[in-house]
Design a protein around this ligand. Structure first.
Ligand code: FAD
Length: 475
């Protein structure tokens, strides 16, 4: 029998469940990646993610060839491409890994129907998370809505069955990979796909499996300090692996296994435990999205859809100022320049700017969510939506909505010496470490060209508390 493995957000050739399973069950295994026009056609012609995928696909193709296999690459709508390719190759089955986003679930269901109508099988596996869907439930069998009890249940489940971390080795069965045909076309260039290079390579963002592995190695050398270092945007604290989680150039099982091994040897300290907890946040949001697809576009807590956000030309101007880093609040502005220039933003700053947009400017979280979706290299529907709903208090958070970040005290606390701010806003470099968090209090001459604050935080805070009053009223 022969089969086709369809790669999507799992761009690697090691510890890969669908590939492993296909190799076990078939004599000949083809692999394909489809540049999905239903997604690509909506993007600007320079997009760091397309560059990232393009570079990572080149590595997958070359690694597969070294193992005696070959990567077929198509450009089109997978709903047509996959069944057509399966027919062309005459395979009995298509294998892939689960995707939990509503549109992807629909896409996969359509592909499955087409394949089955033609007498072929479709098989899909858990790969991008340790626990999925309803695997982690409360003691009464309910779906969790709060993180901490979910995390405790997740950790308990892992302790009860550490075999979920076992690797899915490819090498022993690699002889079943279908080899490169004699006249195989070359991989498409970015230009073939209709794109121009972004600044990804200039940013030195490592791509592919080798990039993920190098980043993880580097992070392991400083993981013990993660719990403290991760909060300071000027410090090299986090792992910078998010884009690799997004595109599956790493194996989550391998990462978690490494952390658990560290912990069993009494190493890794508080840093390793906190980092593992962040990986569990990722799974929590994937689970929330799977069980609550209404979070795409509406509030997790429906009462929050009664909030009246600021609209009209003035709100649009405020939104533009936020997007372009012109709010007059240095930490917010530097953070927005970070995302605009690099496609990544520090987690602390994601919380600060999201709180600022929704609770200082009174602008709908969905507008911020969409902006992040367009600009983040690591954009992930579940985590981004979860993060935005958390910041606007409409989501899964035990904290009440009157937790409103103060952009100046956040700046004083997490960028005390203004190092991060100065990196992105050199026009503020003359300000002292004390003045840099609120330049309007310093002599104007010292901050040439830097805008005055577009809102007064204290007044905005009051307006937000009034705006949010509606969530208390019965609808
Ligand atoms: P590390 O600190 O090294 O964490 C390791 C990994 O854990 C991350 O790569 C990520 O996969 C996961 N993780 C960490 N924090 C979170 C979190 N709060 N929620 C879910 N997963 C987490 N993360 C995304 O991957 N994609 C997004 O689109 C995204 N949008 C966000 C939007 C907002 C408003 C907020 C507040 C957070 C968002 N995050 C998102 C979560 C987090 O900010 C990033 O995962 C993190 O900054 C990525 O950097 P890192 O890989 O160095 O993280």
């Amino acid at each position: 029998t022969s089969s086709l493995v369809w790669l999507r957000r799992d761009l690697r050739v090691f510890d890969h469940v669908a590939l492993h399973q296909a190799l076990l069950e078939s004599d000949k295994v083809y692999c394909v990646f489809v540049y999905d026009t239903t997604i690509l056609d909506t993007l600007p012609r320079r997009d760091r993610r397309v560059d990232f995928i393009h570079a990572s696909i080149a590595e997958v193709a070359s690694e597969l060839e070294q193992m005696g296999g070959h990567l077929i690459v198509r450009h089109g709508d997978p709903v047509h491409e996959i069944p057509a390719l399966a027919a062309e190759l005459g395979v009995e089955a298509v294998f892939c890994n689960h995707d939990y986003e509503p549109q992807a679930i629909e896409r996969d269901a359509t592909v499955e129907r087409s394949l089955r109508a033609a007498g072929r099988q479709f098989a899909s596996y858990k790969d991008q998370v340790i626990f999925e869907k309803s695997e982690v439930l409360s003691q009464t069998g309910g779906v969790f809505s709060v993180f901490t009890p979910y995390k405790n249940a997740w950790l308990k489940k892992l302790a009860a069955d550490p075999s979920v971390l076992a690797p899915y080795n490819i090498e022993p069965h690699a002889a079943r990979l279908a080899p490169r045909p004699a006249h195989a076309p070359a991989l498409p260039t970015l230009a073939d796909l209709g794109f121009e290079p972004s600044n990804l390579s200039k940013l030195k963002i490592p791509t592919g499996m080798s990039g993920a592995s190098a980043l993880f190695e580097d992070f392991l050398s400083r993981i013990a300090d993660y719990n403290v270092a991760r909060d300071y945007p000027a410090v090299k604290g986090p792992s910078y692996l998010s884009v690799h989680f997004r595109f599956g150039t790493l194996s989550v099982r391998h990462l978690v296994r490494t952390i658990v091994d560290l912990q069993e040897r009494g190493a890794g300290g508080e840093g390793a435990a906190v980092w593992l907890s962040e990986l569990i946040w990722r799974e929590f949001y994937a689970m929330i999205l799977f069980h609550n697809p209404h979070v795409v576009g509406t509030s997790y807590k429906p009462a929050y859809d009664a909030i009246e956000w600021e609209t009209g030309p003035e709100a649009d101007q405020m939104f533009d100022a936020w997007c372009e880093g012109r709010t007059g609040y240095p930490l917010v502005d530097a953070a927005m320049l970070q995302i605009n220039q690099t496609g990544w933003m520090h987690n602390r700053l994601r919380m600060v700017v999201a709180s600022f947009l929704t609770k200082d400017l009174g602008i709908d979280w969905r507008r911020g969510e969409a902006y992040f979706a367009l600009h983040l290299n690591d954009f992930d529907l579940a985590s981004n939506n979860g993060g935005w709903q958390w910041a606007s208090s409409s989501g899964c958070d035990a904290q009440p909505y009157f937790r409103i970040f103060n952009p100046v005290s956040q700046s004083e606390k997490f960028d005390g010496e203004g190092k991060f701010i100065r990196r992105y806003l050199p026009q503020l470099k003359e300000l002292s470490n004390k003045e840099i968090h609120a330049p309007w209090l310093a002599p104007r001459l010292l901050a040439p060209g830097y805008p005055a604050p577009i809102v007064k935080h204290d007044e905005a805070r009051k307006r937000t508390l009034e705006r949010y009053e509606v969530v208390k009223k019965p609808s």
